[in-house]
Design a binder for this molecule. Structure first.
Ligand code: ADP
Length: 262
């Protein structure tokens, strides 16, 4: 920690300089402890799948299983854990590029609706698997926005994926409309919901309301922080509202492309 503590009992410029230095020290310490926590999280998240991989490799190597079924089960776990590692590394790579401002966005004037429909089509398989209904109310002739089609699809896919993951029964509702100078997208589910206290934290890196459950479902806890970063890099906004046991609603907005504004 930075042990700076300036005590100047005066209300003049020198006094306010003292306050500024104290604030800066506080900020620096907070930054350092965030960084430390971030790296502690990363090593924990990377170590866990490796522990599984090594453990099951050892079991298989020493023939410590009873049946062929059991062997297959261990191999499946190893496959899943390898996939998780890949996902984690990709997510971390995305995040670090974004935070350094080094991600290259291909900003084009595009039809957001088309991108959303591609994401919905891909989500359909998972939706059907879980027996969830999809209600979509997508306005026709929504104005074009300036965005990166690939990154926008990543945003929609991620939010839809979460909605499906955290919903046992009911429906996923998707809405698109334009209002003032913005195109609005709503992705809403009738799932488990998020506790009021957790709502402000869900966009934070590695934050997961239920660690073990999210992990079981394949989550890395990085999805929403990537989503938020990507939305903001495309000049959009994202917010969430939720009722525990009722469902969750993500609201996004993107400015209408200047080139097409009347
Ligand atoms: P994860 O990989 O764990 O899904 P995310 O960053 O995507 O990580 O989400 C962070 C946490 O926010 C999740 O662990 C989950 O607890 C909560 N969450 C995200 N989306 C939803 C949703 N649609 N319904 C309920 N909870 C959600």
């Amino acid at each position: 920690n930075l042990h700076v503590r300036v005590d100047i009992p005066s209300k003049d410029e020198v006094g306010s300089l003292g306050t500024a230095i104290n604030d800066l020290a506080l900020e620096t310490n907070r930054y350092r402890s965030n960084r430390r926590e971030f790296f502690a999280n990363i090593s924990h998240e990377l170590r866990t799948p490796i522990t599984y991989l090594k453990g099951y490799a050892e079991i298989l190597k020493k023939d410590l299983y009873q049946t062929e079924e059991e062997r297959q089960h261990y191999l499946t776990i190893m496959e899943d854990e390898s996939d998780r590692l890949t996902r984690l590394i990709n997510d971390l790579f995305d995040l670090s590029k974004m935070e350094e401002g080094k991600i290259d966005l291909q900003m084009d004037v595009i039809d957001l609706t088309g991108v959303l429909e591609v994401a919905l089509k891909k989500a359909k398989i998972e939706l059907d698997k879980k027996g969830l209904t999809l209600n979509s109310r997508i306005d026709k002739d929504v104005p074009l926005v300036k965005a990166d089609a690939i990154r926008l699809e990543q945003v929609f896919t991620n939010l839809l994926g979460n909605s499906i993951q955290y919903t046992k029964k009911g429906s996923i509702n998707v809405q698109v409309y334009s209002k003032r100078n913005e195109v609005h997208v709503i992705i809403e589910d009738s799932g488990v919901g998020i506790h009021e206290e957790d709502i402000p934290l869900v966009f934070e890196r590695f934050y997961r309301v239920e660690k073990s459950r999210s992990r079981e479902l394949g989550g890395t806890g990085l999805g929403l922080s990537i989503v938020k970063n990507l939305v903001e890099l495309q000049n959009g906004t994202i917010s969430v509202s939720s009722q525990l046991g009722q469902g969750t609603r993500f609201q996004l907005s993107f400015p209408i492309a200047k080139e097409v504004e009347a």
